[in-house]
Ligand binder design. Structure first.
Ligand code: FEO
Length: 396
């Protein structure tokens, strides 16, 4: 387990977690992940930027040992979430002279989450700098990418931005740098959709601020490093700023086939009108793919049967997620069938206050669809197609 040199005196000392399949006991990790930590050695001081998930503490220590690091002066904690800060107690015990550098908000979190003594922590304001001798660290407060305490660290002389979760990707790879931008794009988009999308307005501000910095290398805390920063910055611009596209995302489930008949008919009706449909059967869904589809979609249509007058619990789960992720979706509707009674429509509408959408008249029916129900689905498909055309014209 050796450190990997980025530049003389700047090393990657992180850990690649090939086998992890779930993050936060919620987010699927089809390609594993990495926890990136970096050692920056100046002429006078040495700083460790972030640590690793505590399950992989020994990997970090082995890499530091490979550099024969005798002393660490500063441990910069860009973000208090434990996949980056969790090995901080171990680092402080191995390097007892080290002080922790973080934002004022992060200080409280480190004291609460990891029981770090207050006396060990130095807080830094936005744009404050710390000298390592011939190298300078500048701290950029970046609230809500991912938590409110998050900051980025810019290594001025080397033009490296340690961007923490921002621009990251859950991707285990033996390559230090991005080599296949197409593959990375998918992983980074999945990461953006699951982790960053709820904070689009904050990201918008941070992207604007980062224009002040001359960045030659982006070193995130997950996934490979970006030697072409413009690639990932442009991707973020697209995801955050581009208007939603002519896409309907359709998460659904069916218990006895009635809702499925509606979904099948509706998908065909949309397709014939030139609308792209991304359909997700919820009993086997990869929620990461569903989240990615929501990044670009103009419309969300939820397909649900009724269980004890409510939406199916798996539909409720998907609806909860869509609401939490706050995509830029503009329109929403609901289709589905019930047996003897339903408040599924009302329940779903109450579950999506975060979605700033125009609700298009839902189609909720009793039993199997009849001719009038298919007409209602045709009508809904026609309205969606028209709405999407309006969006395209407004953005052209
Ligand atoms: Fe990778 Fe928000 O921690």
């Amino acid at each position: 387990m050796k450190a990997r040199e980025i530049k003389t005196g700047v090393h990657w000392v992180g850990a690649v977690d090939w086998d992890r399949r779930l993050f936060d006991e919620l987010i699927p990790l089809p390609d594993g992940t990495s926890y990136n930590a970096y050692l920056v050695q100046g002429s006078q001081k040495t700083a460790l930027i972030d640590t690793v998930d505590p399950t992989m503490a020994e990997v970090l220590f082995a890499r530091l040992d490979s550099l024969k690091v005798k002393a660490i002066d500063y441990v910069v904690i860009n973000h208090a979430e434990q996949d980056h800060s969790g090995t901080l107690p171990g680092v402080l015990s191995k390097y007892p002279q080290a002080k922790v550098i973080c934002t004022p908000k992060c200080k409280g979190l480190l004291m609460d989450l990891l029981l770090i003594p207050e006396a060990k922590i130095i807080t830094v304001e936005d744009k404050e700098t710390v000298s390592l001798g011939d190298r300078t660290l500048e701290f950029v407060h970046a609230a809500w990418v991912h938590w409110p305490e998050t900051m980025l660290t810019y290594l001025r002389e080397d033009k490296i931005l340690f961007s923490c979760d921002l621009f990251g990707a859950h991707l285990a790879t033996s390559e230090l740098y991005v080599s296949d931008e197409g593959h990375l794009y998918e992983s980074a988009k999945r990461y953006y959709a699951e982790i960053m999308m709820p904070f689009r307005p904050n990201i918008e501000k941070h992207l604007a601020r980062l224009k002040e910095y001359n960045v030659e290398l982006i070193a995130p805390s997950h996934g490979p490093l970006h030697r072409r920063p413009e690639f990932i910055i442009k991707a973020y611009h697209r995801w955050v700023f581009d208007p939603p596209q002519n896409i309907v995302v359709l998460p659904y489930i069916s218990m006895h086939g009635s809702t499925r008949q509606m979904v099948n008919y509706f998908v065909e009706a949309l397709t014939q009108r030139g609308v792209v449909v991304k359909q997700f059967e919820l009993s086997q869904v990869d929620i990461g793919k569903l989240a990615m589809a929501l990044v670009d979609a103009a419309t969300l249509v939820i397909g649900t049967p009724t269980v004890l007058i409510s939406p199916h619990p798996l539909v409720a789960y998907a609806t909860f997620l869509a609401n939490a992720l706050r995509p830029k979706t503009r329109f929403a509707s609901i289709i589905g069938s019930f047996g003897w009674g339903s408040r599924a429509k009302e329940t779903i509408i109450d579950m999506i206050p975060n979605l700033k959408v125009e609700l298009l008249e839902p189609v909720i029916i009793k039993g199997l669809p009849r001719e009038a129900d298919f007409k209602a689905l045709d009508n809904l498909a026609a309205i969606i197609a028209e709405k999407h055309k309006g969006l395209a014209q407004a953005s052209s």
